[in-house]
Design a protein around this ligand. Structure first.
Ligand SMILES: *[C@@H]1O[C@H](CO)[C@@H](O)[C@H](O)[C@H]1NC(C)=O
Ligand SMILES: *[C@@H]1O[C@H](CO)[C@@H](O)[C@H](O)[C@H]1NC(C)=O
Length: 329
């Protein structure tokens, strides 16, 4: 049975203001036979469609990304309506509430938190509500929800932002309860690690021992896009006390001068997690990244959660401190 427009309007009035009630949903199903997953809502006999041609976007860390979102009215409206565009962010895995990214009403824009100053709405054509993020930070990875609000009606689509190429380890892995395996970083920046005994947290029990790669996206393995390393830390990881800041080459040399080697990412993580290394000084690591470990979060030392903070991969001529690793047998 197809519900007629007058009835649709009546029921709409009865349910105005309530979020997507069961009746409203049934109306949608009855009126739209070919649901393609895009949000569609009805009001006054006009439909607002919110769509995205892509459900996920891959970007290279440090560059920029555009997350597509378009809305249109059917039938087309002769007078443009005042719609509010709002984007939300949510991590890909785990719980975590949505965070506001940006809200735009007409030409007025407001961006929030870490997104401040890095985001805008593209608006290249009528109905373009695509989100542009420039530059991208590692922490931007996640699900983005584009919500269009017109009067009492709102609907949304979700686009996932993924990183290709360099995947960076993050403190998230601990929350995920991951075990740690030997991790290495390859020249191309993808994370690979060697496992002698297959373990659940290292890509699954059904995989043969050997080198695992997280270089390509895999749905069930996306939660392992961090890395693992051994829980046994041999030796000591420390922030080198040095009178000068160092570029990457000098950092490598300085550790050697100290009878040590520049620390690997996995070693810094292990020292942070297993021996509580806490140092609010950014330092070079062997893979060319710059990080520092924080156990007791405090002012000017990053976010309020403990973790290994990362600046990512910066040009090697820049001057920072260095973390060294001295083996002890
Ligand atoms: C965004 O990144 C692309 C490459 O992915 C680049 O060509 C373009 O210039 C960048 N745009 C801005 C505004 O930085
Ligand atoms: C670091 O500085 C030294 C001079 O102290 C220079 O020879 C070297 O090329 C620099 N390395 C990088 C990566 O810029």
């Amino acid at each position: 049975m197809r519900i007629t427009r007058p009835l649709l309007m009546l029921m709409h009035l009865l349910h105005a203001g309530k979020p997507c009630t069961a009746v409203h949903t049934r109306l949608l199903y009855q009126d739209i036979t070919n649901s393609n997953g895009n949000g569609e809502i009805h009001f006054r006999g006009v439909r607002l469609h919110v769509e995205s041609p892509e459900t996920s976007v891959s970007a290279v860390q440090g560059s920029n990304a555009t997350l597509p979102c378009h809305y249109r009215y059917e039938p087309e409206l002769s007078v443009p309506r005042r719609t509010r565009v709002k984007w939300f962010w949510q991590p890909v895995v785990g719980e975590g509430t949505e965070k506001d990214v940006i809200v735009a009403l007409g030409s007025r824009l407001r961006s929030y938190g870490d997104f401040k100053g890095r985001v805008r709405i593209r608006r290249s054509v009528q109905g373009d509500a695509s989100l542009v993020i420039n530059p991208l930070l590692i922490a931007d990875k996640g699900r983005y929800r584009c919500e269009i609000i017109d009067g009492l009606e709102d609907d949304s689509v979700t686009v996932e932002l993924k990183f290709q190429g360099r995947l960076l380890p993050s403190a998230e892995s601990w929350k995920e309860g991951l075990d740690w395996c030997n991790a290495g970083w390859l020249a191309d920046g993808t994370v690979q690690y060697a496992v002698s005994v297959p373990r659940e947290a290292c890509g699954g029990m059904d995989l043969a021992p050997g080198v695992r790669s997280y270089g390509t996206q895999h749905k069930t393995r996306a939660r392992f896009d961090v890395f693992c390393f051994t829980s046994s830390i041999r030796g000591e990881v420390y922030f080198l006390q040095h009178p000068l800041k160092l570029n990457f080459t000098e950092a490598v040399d300085a550790c050697v001068q100290d009878g040590a080697q520049i620390a690997k990412v996995g070693q810094l993580y292990a020292a942070w997690k297993l021996v509580g290394l806490d140092q609010c000084d950014a330092g070079w690591l062997s893979d060319g990244s710059i990080r520092y470990p924080i156990v007791q979060p405090r002012l000017n030392c990053g976010p309020p959660e403990p973790g290994v903070r990362t600046f990512g991969y910066l040009p090697k001529y820049l001057k920072y401190g260095v973390y060294c690793h001295k083996p002890k047998w």
